[in-house]
Design a protein around this ligand. Structure first.
Ligand code: HEM
Length: 465
């Protein structure tokens, strides 16, 4: 029975899911998308949103697509199926990030690409600096980086918000992870330029072809290998420099220093290769996602006049609690309607049940965050941007998934939320923005992310205060 608990947040019918201990002989296989192989991959990468929406319309909650990972992936958008995968023992549900186009870039030693005991040990090592309490140490850094960025904005200027926000989020990562202050002459700053360049280059059609060619590989090749070599040289230089500083007795709180001081069970320190993979992962996972979430927030707000006006009134008013509550609703709704990572996946090592369907062991199961977030039974008027749907509601663990979940839940979620809670209201408080074109920006699929096609482009039409 479907029970509606609020006009704007609902509940869905229950669906059995989990390891199929009695086997899957009696269960049907998920319907396969009836399109040629190449067409499926192309649509998945080029028009991700339209592709998964059409599949859900045609086949329902569960369907199977060819390509993207070996053997294709069974895709689900039912919260009970999501729960079964997020709450399963980690050894039963290894991640498929290992097989994504990201793997050759972040390398085999990254927390993103390891599984099993090694992954759990890495999470244990990385959790303390990313824990909510530690994030308080970064709040001054976040505020200063926001201030620096907003001071550059001029009346009448057209801004690519994604790029503008990447400057901010990279500053925060460089401070928190690499331990660098705002000194443009620092070597680590070269990483900023290199990452921005790598990211921009990866939206070109050629790079998207390279992305498809890297699927299933663990090492980069061709142009990607060349670009990474130059980038890696700087990362290794930074590691060496920090090691030297620590040997000289400098006390530091950044993640790199913490990793340098860490030893494994045998007492051995992390190798340079392991350190490099971890740092590059944090740099890549940590800046583009957050920056594009801010870009999506204003892409949506500037096309939702009533929600934008209410938000501006709240953040410009005297009631700090009301401003914080409205900010939370805007963030929740942005991440619901435009999750920057639209899908996460696992490859169960045992047979799995997804409602009426059986999935053989070893088949990838992808959870479509985008589709879960657009279920009409869960989020009535799902296509609309309605921050007020969160009034009196907390996001559900298996129904609001922008950070994934279970033992793979985003390590940087608390840091990302801290950045969003500063940057989004600060922009709304100080500036009036308008979209540069009235039509909504289409979502562009880049690597594993879904970003506004034109960067979340807005014009500064007013300055407050
Ligand atoms: C709005 C911003 C962000 C979003 C939407 C986001 C989203 C995600 C998602 C969906 C996953 C995969 C979870 C899964 O497979 O269940 C993930 C993993 C991860 N994220 Fe984030 N992320 C964001 C910001 C950050 C930041 C700021 C950092 C660090 C500086 C970070 C570091 C990581 C790491 C290390 C993992 C891998 C966790 C693991 O496999 O154990 N992320 N993130």
């Amino acid at each position: 029975m479907t029970m509606l608990v609020s006009p704007l947040i609902g509940e869905v019918n229950a669906s059995a899911a989990g390891p199929a201990n009695d086997g899957i002989a009696g269960l049907r296989r998920a319907p396969g998308i009836e399109l040629p192989f190449a067409s499926q991959i192309l649509r998945f990468n080029r028009r991700h949103k339209d592709f998964v929406f059409a599949a859900a319309r045609n086949y329902g909650d569960v369907f199977h697509m060819k390509g993207t990972v070996a053997g294709g992936a069974t895709i689900t958008c039912h919260p009970d199926h999501v729960k079964s995968l997020f709450t399963a023992k980690p050894e039963l549900v290894p991640t498929i990030t290992t097989e994504s186009a990201l793997a050759p870039v972040v390398g085999p030693h990254s927390v993103l690409t390891t599984n099993g005991a090694r992954h759990m040990a890495q999470r244990k090592m990385l959790l303390p600096p990313f824990h909510g309490k530690s994030i308080a140490n970064y709040s001054a850094v976040i505020e200063e980086a926001t201030e620096r960025e907003l001071a550059r904005w001029r009346m009448g200027e057209t801004l690519d918000l994604s790029l503008a926000m990447q400057r901010l989020t990279l500053d925060v990562i460089l401070a928190g992870v690499f331990g660098v202050g705002d000194d443009p002459s620092r070597k680590e700053k070269v990483l900023t330029q290199a990452v921005t360049w790598l990211m921009q280059a990866s939206t070109t059609p050629l790079a998207q072809l390279a992305e498809v060619m890297h699927i299933g590989r663990t090492e980069a090749f061709g142009g990607m290998a060349w670009a990474l070599k130059a980038f890696d040289k700087t990362v290794y230089d930074v590691i060496e420099e920090r090691r030297q500083q620590m040997a000289d007795g400098e006390e530091r709180l950044d993640v790199l220093s913490l990793l340098l001081a860490t030893t494994d069970d045998t007492g051995a320190p992390l190798s340079d290769h392991e350190l490099r993979d971890e740092l590059v992962s944090l740099l890549l996972a940590g800046h583009e996602t957050t920056a594009n979430t801010v870009a999506w927030a204003f892409e949506r707000l500037t096309r939702s006049p009533r929600a934008y006006a209410d938000f501006r009134d709240a953040v410009r008013g005297d009631d700090a609690d009301e401003a914080a509550a409205m900010t939370e609703r805007v963030i929740n709704e942005t991440m619901r309607s435009r999750p920057v990572i639209p899908m996460v996946g696992r490859r169960p090592t045992v047979d799995w049940q997804l409602g009426e369907f059986g999935v053989p062991a070893g088949t990838a199961i992808a959870m479509s965050i985008l589709l879960v977030h657009h279920r009409e039974d869960l989020y009535p008027r799902a296509a609309e941007f309605l921050p007020e749907r969160w009034e009196g509601h907390k996001p559900g663990t298996y129904t609001w998934l922008p950070f994934g979940g279970g033992t793979r839940r985003c390590l940087g979620a608390a840091l990302a939320m801290a950045e969003l809670r500063v940057a989004i209201p600060a922009i709304a408080k100080r500036f009036d923005l308008m979209p540069d074109r009235p039509e909504a920006e289409a979502p562009l699929h880049r690597n594993v992310t879904m970003i506004p096609q034109r960067g979340g482009r807005v014009v500064v039409v007013g300055k407050a205060g």
